[in-house]
Design a protein around this ligand. Structure first.
Ligand code: PXP
Length: 248
C-alpha cells in the first residue's frame, strides 16, 4: 500500500501573495501529520516563489514523518539540502516561466552531469534520492545506472487525459512502474493526482509513495487540512485491487 506524501507548497503560495507570515506551511505540515500524512513534501524553487529557506529549516525540526525536498539539480540548492538534510530529495527539472513542474528530468541530455553531481553530493550526505521522470522506458533504464534510490513517475499526462487517451497513459504508467521495480528502485508517483483519479495509480503494483499537493490543499480550503488529508489517505490505502479493473 503506498504512503501519502502531502505537498504543502500552495500554503506558502497564499502566504507569499501578501508577503506576510500566514498561512504558515509549518502549521499545514502539523495538520497534515494529524490527518495521517506519511510524509511532507516541499519544493524549494530557485526563484523562492512559495517555499522559503526558513520553512525547510523549521520543517526539518518539526516534521516527524518523512521530509521530502523537491529541488532542481542546482549547486546552491544542493548545498542547502546537504546542510538541512531532508530524509529524501526528489530531483525535478525547473523552468522560471512554468506554473508548475511540467515534465520529468531528461537523463539523456546535456543536464546529466549536473544531475549526477547532485545525486553524488546528496548520497554522500545520506539523503535518499528520487528522480522525477516521465513514464519513458529510456529514462528509467538510464536512472538505474545513476545510483539513486527511487523514481517518481510523472502522472500529469494520465491525470489530464480522458477516455482512450487516459487508458493509454495508464498502460504507460503500468509499464514504467514494472521497469522501475525490475531495476530495484522504489516506485513513487505524483503530479495532478486528485480524489477522483488517485485510485488506479494507488493500485499499481509495488507503488511505494504518492506525492499530492494541489488537490489536498484545494479541499483543505473547505474542510480543513487534517480532514482533507484523512480523506485522501483513505483512498490511497483502500485494499489492493487489480489494475486491470481500471482498463475496462
Ligand atoms: N511530485 C512532483 C515531483 C511535483 O513537482 C509536484 C508539484 O509540485 C507534485 C508531485 C504534486 O503535484 P500536484 O500539486 O499536482 O498534486
Amino acid at each position: 500500500m503506498p504512503e501519502l506524501g502531502v505537498n504543502i507548497d500552495h500554503v506558502a503560495t497564499i502566504r507569499q501573495a501578501r508577503r506576510t507570515y500566514e498561512p504558515d506551511p509549518v502549521w499545514a505540515a502539523v495538520a497534515a501529520e494529524l490527518g495521517g500524512a506519511d510524509g511532507i513534501t516541499v519544493h524549494l524553487r530557485e526563484d523562492r516563489r512559495h517555499i522559503q529557506d526558513r520553512d525547510v529549516r523549521l520543517l526539518r525540526e518539526v516534521v516527524s514523518v518523512k521530509l521530502n525536498l523537491e529541488m532542481a539539480a542546482a549547486e546552491s540548492i544542493v548545498n542547502f539540502a546537504v546542510e538541512v538534510r531532508p530524509d529524501q530529495a526528489t530531483l525535478v527539472p525547473e523552468r522560471r516561466q512554468e506554473v508548475t513542474t511540467e515534465g520529468g528530468l531528461d537523463l539523456l541530455g546535456s543536464s546529466l552531469p549536473a544531475i549526477q553531481r547532485a545525486i553524488d553530493a546528496l548520497k554522500a550526505a545520506a539523503i535518499r534520492v528520487s528522480l522525477f521522470l516521465d513514464p519513458d522506458p529510456k529514462q528509467i533504464e538510464k536512472a538505474a545506472q545513476l545510483g539513486v534510490d527511487a523514481v517518481e513517475l510523472h502522472t500529469g499526462q494520465y491525470a489530464l487525459a480522458q477516455g482512450a487517451a487516459r487508458r493509454r497513459a495508464y498502460v504507460a504508467l503500468l509499464d514504467a512502474a514494472r521497469a522501475v521495480h525490475n531495476a530495484r528502485l522504489a516506485l513513487h508517483a505524483g503530479h495532478g493526482l486528485n480524489y477522483q483519479n488517485v485510485r488506479p495509480v494507488a493500485a499499481i503494483p509495488h507503488m511505494r509513495e504518492l506525492n499530492i499537493g494541489h488537490a489536498i490543499v484545494s479541499r483543505a480550503v473547505f474542510v480543513g487540512m487534517q480532514e482533507a488529508v484523512r480523506q485522501m489517505k483513505a483512498l490511497v490505502t483502500l485494499p489492493n485491487e487489480d489494475p486491470a479493473n481500471h482498463l475496462a
